[in-house]
Write a protein that binds this ligand. Structure first.
Ligand code: DOR
Length: 446
């Protein structure tokens, strides 16, 4: 690998650095050495330099995902740390937070340590474990959060399950607050969602399927906001899906309560109508909602009420999805599709590009206390090269994740991550990957 990496004539965009300009960017020894018009000329002449020139390309800070399911330990057939981080790199993510609903659950120092060590050995993008809030995610006994934090956990969550017991949630917030660890809630009052297959509304009635009412999310978010205010803790809502939850968050923020929230690409793009054909790829938890929720979520992301985008990358195998809806596991893959799908919202005018970049870089990094990837001289070289005009058709068999469960298969998107650089190292590059995976990529539709 070259010691020096020179991007020539790229559009470098980083809202956190108030940067949007056509410049050269020089990377040396893991850091961004120079940014400016023409500054790459000398470095490019050096024999040690690798020069990247791609007309019209953008250079952005590396992306940060607060919410991915990498399935290791326990379900490595669906995904493992190596394949998950490869998919993350291909999607432009340099920091990936891994949810603890594995088998065994990550509710201890030893599991957290194992994940950190495995990811370190892979020397690709960075993995940040999220520890469970309660032992076995059973909602009863708190985990040793201090131990997990010392081993590298950046937050706690029982994602996939909600902490419904108010006393347990209060104690979790109090304990986590002693070391400023955010508590991430999967907001679902399980008593209201038992047996639910999809959003409760006209379509669930038509299909005769048990519905998951919005109120099951809203009740938990409202209660937790009150608890977070009372305790003075940092509270983050995972995959917000309802207009009611957005209203509660907006009011809470206006009152200065330390709440943050994320939204997934699928909740910004799809509605419950996608379930009309009983497509199990569209079964997710929380479920796809109605057009008015989607509208509210988009506006809330645009105005910052929802702080960030998170993928909720949830790989599942054929045996989990090629079954009837009631039996199907909830979730869809997301790491490699997130940016291309959401660039569609930018083109449509629903979301400013600078807000999208912030929501995928600085905003999520801040929530879990990571150093935000930045395009700034002296910063660690965590950046991505994006071809914003390249159109390609999503074919799940050609993605790096081990799983194929996405309802976006066959959709043509515009915009593709051409290169991902993490700590100065190229961890993903379209062309190189193509050579290594010749049989699969020979038919790549670009
Ligand atoms: O759709 C989902 N899938 N939502 C969750 O909360 C869990 C996730 C999974 O682990 O598959």
């Amino acid at each position: 690998m070259s010691d020096v990496l020179v991007f020539r004539g790229v559009r470098a965009i980083d809202p956190a650095s108030a940067l949007d300009a056509e410049v050269d960017v020089v990377v040396e020894r893991g850091r961004i050495l120079r940014i400016g018009p023409g500054v790459g000329g000398d470095a490019a002449a050096s024999e040690r330099a690798r020069v990247v020139q791609r007309p019209g390309a953008w250079l952005l800070p590396g992306l940060v995902d607060l919410h991915a399911h990498l399935r290791e330990p326990g379900a490595e057939g669906k995904e493992d740390i190596a394949s998950g981080l490869r998919a993350a790199a291909a999607g432009g993510f340099v920091d990936v937070c891994a949810m603890p609903n594995t088998r065994p659950v990550n509710d201890s120092r030893v599991v957290t340590e194992t994940l950190v060590a495995k990811a370190r050995d892979l020397a690709t993008v960075r993995l940040h474990p999220i520890g469970a809030i309660t032992m076995g995610q059973r909602g009863e006994q708190l985990t040793e959060m201090a131990d997990m934090r010392a081993a590298g956990a950046v937050a706690v969550s029982d994602d996939g399950r909600c902490v419904t017991n108010s006393q347990v949630m209060r104690r979790a917030l109090e304990y986590a607050a002693t070391f400023d660890l955010p508590v991430i809630q999967h907001a679902e009052d399980h008593a209201l969602t038992e047996g639910a297959q999809m959003h409760e509304g006209a379509i669930s009635t038509k299909l005769g399927l048990r519905g998951w009412p919005r109120i099951a999310e809203d009740i938990i978010v409202a209660r937790d906001v009150l608890l977070a205010e009372y305790v003075g803790a940092r509270y983050h809502v995972a995959h917000v899906s309802t207009e009611g939850a957005v209203r509660i968050l907006r009011e809470a923020k206006a009152r200065g309560i330390a709440v943050t929230a994320e939204v997934t690409p699928h909740h910004l793009l799809l509605t419950h109508e996608s379930l009309l054909g009983y497509d199990t790829a569209c079964k997710v938890n929380p479920p796809l909602r109605e057009a008015r929720d989607v509208e509210t979520l988009r506006r809330a992301l645009a105005d910052g009420t929802i702080d960030c985008v998170a993928t909720d990358h949830a790989p599942h195998g054929v045996l989990d999805k090629n079954v009837e809806l009631a039996e199907a596991a909830p979730g869809m893959i997301g790491l490699e599709l997130c940016l291309p799908l959401l660039l569609g919202l930018v083109r449509e005018g629903s979301l400013p590009l600078s807000r999208l970049i912030d929501a995928l870089t600085a905003a999520p990094a801040r929530i879990v206390g990571l150093e935000p990837p930045r395009l700034r001289e002296g910063a660690s070289a965590d950046l991505i090269l994006v071809d914003p005009t390249l159109s390609w058709t999503i074919d799940p068999t050609r993605l790096r994740t081990k799983s194929r469960n996405t309802p976006f298969a066959g959709r043509t998107v515009q915009g593709r991550v051409a290169m991902t650089v993490c700590g100065g190292r190229i961890v993903h590059e379209e062309g190189i990957e193509d050579l290594h995976h010749a049989p699969r990529s020979a038919h790549r539709t670009l």
